[in-house]
Design a protein around this ligand. Structure first.
Ligand code: EPU
Length: 437
């Protein structure tokens, strides 16, 4: 098995480039299913999840080719997807359980083919993660949906427009309902829709394909259904969570890091928190090549409180980074998690690094220490893994982070990028420990 071995204590200095967002590319790949023909998606991150989503699409009969982007510095890929007229309608559990975003084929396939069978992904390490909002929205558009033997099965001869109010601005439910509504008959209004930049990116792609969607970035999306869509070439939005991870890493390691290709306007609350913690922040604009932002931290961070909320609030995916920062800050920080019920599982691993964290329901109080203490820890999900690695930058001695396949799902070349910034981080192969009898 592979682990990250981190020797804490150094500063992070230099420049790092952020590619497209995991939570954008996977959804754009599913959106491609709405139009027969060739879709090309640029700025795709080199992460394990793109390979899994490619396999999901191949099993639906698509041809998928992933090759280096010709532009920029070749650290990102282009994903070319050829979608057949008679695209398949079934996504099995063996892939869906490895990649929850596979559920995003539900809306496009229902709209295109009139029937679809997708395995229920179940919960995961960060929470229970239901599908009820997806299902309720599609039902309002006329779909008949049943749940049988672990599959969600949906049918509708032709979906019709509907007025849908989401109970919670769920990212996945907004995406599935939106993807179904673009080919439905008539107008659909989605109220309390998610406002994440990745949704705006989907809307831009859909409109490029001939869809008629307005309201991106607001809580109300209006969709005028059309008869058919045509494939496009489209660019993935930069990964705001990866960018935020670099920003928090720079603050924890008291460094000076320029994060190129990121869009600071997608991270306003998270970056404001860093400024309150004492970092100097410089916004270089949103140009995908030359833009980005710089984080300089010259002293121990001051404690800041964090409340996670849907966009534009503090992203739940950044909570582990906030806890890592709080663990080495001066003073106590109050963390409140409002999106996933099991995010604080991460606190148990942080405790192994000596972090003082007391959780109570969806709150945690973190009492910062000047130094953490290196120890073997386990990544329980993508963001927890990244949080442990950046916390280890400020831990005395060595930290060994195992189960790093989680981190590979979302962070391209994480260890190499950290090394380039001067961190003592290695990716090493170790033998699985043998169990005694
Ligand atoms: N929820 C329901 N019922 C539903 C849908 C959602 O109860 O039908 C609940 C969830 O259980 C959760 C909350 O609503 O408590 C929010 O879930 P949401 O649907 O917004 O999340 P998601 O679409 O499943 C995406 C990202 C997550 C990110 C969340 C929130 C992808 C592939 N995943 O998940 O990213 O945390 O939005 O921003 O886009 C990650 O990248 O590490 C990750 C977990």
């Amino acid at each position: 098995m592979e682990i990250f071995r981190v020797q804490g204590g150094g500063h992070l200095v230099g420049e790092v480039r952020v590619g497209g967002a995991k939570n954008s590319i996977l959804k754009l790949m599913a959106i491609a299913l709405l139009a027969p023909g060739r879709t090309v998606l640029h700025n795709a991150p080199r992460i394990a999840d793109v390979a899994i989503m490619s396999e999901v699409l191949r099993r639906l009969g698509c041809q998928v080719e992933v090759k280096p982007d010709s532009e920029e510095d070749c650290s990102t890929d282009s994903v070319c997807i050829d979608v057949p007229e008679d695209v398949g309608t079934e996504a099995d559990y063996d892939l869906v359980r490895r990649l929850r975003a596979s559920i995003n084929v539900l809306g496009p396939l229902l709209a295109r083919r009139g029937h679809v069978k997708v395995a229920h992904p179940g919960g995961d390490a960060i929470g229970s993660r239901g599908l009820d909002y997806h299902i309720a929205g599609l039902r309002r558009m006329g779909a008949e949906i049943t749940s049988e033997h672990g599959f969600v099965i949906a049918r509708a001869e032709r979906l019709h427009g509907a007025s849908i109010v989401l109970e919670f601005p769920s990212v996945g439910a907004t995406e599935n309902i939106l993807a179904a509504a673009v080919l439905a008959k008539g107008c659909t209004v989605i109220d309390n829709a998610a406002r994440e930049p990745e949704i705006g990116n989907i809307v831009a792609m859909l409109n490029g394909m001939g869809a008629r969607v307005s309201g991106a970035g607001s809580s109300t999306l209006e969709v005028e259904g059309v008869e058919e869509l045509t494939p496009v070439t489209h660019r993935t939005v930069p990964d705001r969570i990866v960018a935020g991870t670099w920003a928090y890493a720079a603050a924890i390691a008291q460094g000076d890091v320029l994060i190129r290709g990121a869009d600071a306007s997608h991270l306003r609350v998270a970056l404001d928190k860093l400024a309150h913690a004492g970092a100097r922040m410089t916004d270089l604009g949103a140009d995908p090549i030359h833009g980005g932002f710089r984080v300089q931290m010259t002293q121990r961070p001051r404690a800041v409180d964090v409340v996670t909320l849907p966009f534009p609030g503090f992203a739940t995916d950044m909570l582990p980074m906030a806890i890592a920062l709080a663990s080495v800050s001066e003073g106590p920080s109050l963390m409140t998690e409002n999106v996933f019920d099991a995010r604080f599982m991460f606190a148990n691993e942080m405790a192994r690094l000596g972090a003082e964290i007391r959780t109570d329901g969806h709150h945690a109080v973190v009492r910062g220490k000047e130094w953490l203490s290196g120890a073997p820890v386990r990544a329980t999900d993508i963001r927890a893994g990244a949080g442990l690695v950046i916390a280890a930058l400020r831990a005395e001695g060595f930290t060994e982070v195992s189960d790093i396949h989680h981190v590979d799902r979302g962070y391209p070349d994480f260890a190499t990028q950290l090394q380039k910034l001067g961190a003592q981080v290695e990716r090493v192969q170790v033998a699985e420990p043998e169990l005694g009898v």
